[in-house]
Design a protein around this ligand. Structure first.
Ligand code: FES
Ligand SMILES: [Fe+2]
Length: 461
């Protein structure tokens, strides 16, 4: 005990780097994604996007996903194939294969594989050979949705229905796919989404150009984390001049996040029940990942840029999402890339000192660990709730700006947090409201809560 006290005291003294060496952590339960790992098995139970559809041309493309080397192609009949990269005959990469009317033919000895991995032909073998019936090339199912290619890499007997999220099914919306490579573990991208306070610092207060998020984000928000059917809302509620401003990002297990655009000037009222950006944090391997998804907008939604050319591979209309800037500029104005990558390929979590604002980070780690352990024990992982009749999956990211009826309404962080929490539940309890009415109904219900908050301070709204 005395020894512990001495150590603690030594660590708290000034110039105590000698005593403050970081502890070593092993987070492999959450970070190791290769075949046969608990986390890798868990992630493989969900459809994972891995390519912008337009990245795939006439030739096969080598890709690395969840620690596996693969080749993706579209055969001449239009079917998508995703096969283990190395030919099961003698290992030549199928990126040099010849695409056929049906499937792909290995360049070395002509073995011909269908998109599902079936060996169709081994042309150099004797006609009587039955070798092609004895093996399959490893293959995964691929679908194209929202301008992206998604793979399912889990056990075929457990393949889930593809979840169409409501935010990606808004009539008349424009969708802009993007894919952003990062040399870090996937969990660092997920944790970035669970951390709404970084929007105030990294994207506003610390932004030298002032061009990352709007000035409104400089106001420190009340935070809250409100559970949803498959994750939680990462809530930031602010009083900005005479408006209350709620921004709710959303995390959905295992690796989906949705956000409002982040450039709301908070100078006029708006209520929006749909995310303007949806992204998946997808592991390439333990030390490399990308986030991939779409920005989407329509006549009602706020978007960061409505120019499709601003999105693509390594392209997002937000400074600091890549390393593709002079180092000096990155130091003057760092962005998400620098925040997610600079801790190293895998953050040493044992050396962290978490504060109250890290609640969302702790929540997502706990949720993921529980889900990974449950999958390891043979339980089926929780999947998005697919409504009857083929309706899209309800999601809950939202953004609200309302004028305060009274200047001194919602006077402190506690009142703001409670208001944000009630507003979040409005969106979560609206599953039965038609998409076209969600903004209006949410507004009506939140205005009522706001009036009640004003009544509570003893003055009529
Ligand atoms: S290595 Fe592919 S056919 Fe021989
Ligand atoms: Fe960010």
């Amino acid at each position: 005990m005395a020894q512990d006290d001495n150590t603690a005291a030594a660590k708290k003294q000034r110039y105590s780097g000698y005593y403050n060496q970081p502890a070593k952590s092993d987070d492999s339960l959450l970070t190791a994604v290769g075949p046969g790992t608990p986390c890798g098995d868990y992630l493989r139970r969900y459809w994972q996007p891995f390519l912008i559809a337009s990245e795939l041309g006439e030739l096969p493309l080598a890709v690395r996903l969840l620690g596996e080397d693969l080749v993706v192609f579209r055969d001449k009949s239009g079917t998508l194939g995703l096969l283990h990269k190395h030919c099961i005959h003698r290992g030549v990469s199928l990126e040099f294969g010849i695409i056929a009317e049906r499937g792909i033919r290995c360049c070395y000895h002509g073995w011909h594989f269908d998109c599902d991995g079936t060996v169709l032909d081994t042309p150099a073998e004797p006609e009587t050979s039955r070798i092609k019936h004895n093996f399959c090339q490893g293959a995964y199912r691929v679908v194209e949705r929202h301008g992206l290619l998604f793979a399912y890499m889990g056990p075929p007997e457990a393949e889930p229905e593809f979840p169409l999220y409501d935010a990606l099914c808004v009539p008349g919306q424009v969708m802009a796919p993007f894919r952003m490579p990062l040399p870090c573990n996937w969990l660092q991208i997920v944790e970035n989404a669970a951390d709404p306070i970084h929007n105030a610092y990294l994207h506003a207060i610390m932004s030298a150009s002032g061009s990352q998020f709007s000035v409104a984000f400089k106001v420190l928000p009340a935070l809250d984390f409100v559970e949803t059917p498959l994750g939680f809302l990462s809530m930031a509620t602010r009083k900005v001049r005479d408006h209350v401003f709620i921004r709710a990002g959303e995390l959905m297990l295992p690796n989906v996040a949705q956000f409002p655009a982040g450039n709301n000037a908070v100078d006029k009222e708006s209520v929006r029940a749909f995310a303007s950006l949806t992204r998946w944090a997808v592991p390439v391997d333990d030390h490399h990942s990308f986030y991939i998804g779409t920005a989407q907008w329509d006549e009602h939604g706020i978007t960061r840029s409505a120019n499709l050319d601003d999105y693509g591979v390594g392209k997002m209309p937000l400074i600091g999402q890549t390393a593709d800037r002079p180092y000096y500029e990155r130091q003057i104005e760092p962005g998400d890339y620098d925040a997610m990558v600079s801790p190293g390929p895998i953050v040493n979590r044992k050396s962290e000192h978490l504060g109250t604002t890290d609640r969302g980070v702790v929540m997502i780690r706990r949720m993921l660990a529980a889900a990974i352990n449950a999958t390891r024990e043979g339980k089926a992982p929780a999947l998005p709730r697919l409504p009857a009749g083929g309706a899209p999956v309800r999601t809950y990211a939202h953004e609200t700006v309302l004028r305060l009826p009274l200047a001194d309404a919602l006077p402190d962080k506690s009142a703001l947090g409670a208001f944000g929490n009630r507003a979040a539940k409005v969106f979560i309890d609206m599953d039965d409201i038609a998409d076209s009415r969600r903004d209006a109904v949410a507004r009506e219900r939140i205005e009522k809560i706001l009036r009640e908050a004003c009544d509570a301070i003893g003055q009529p709204a």
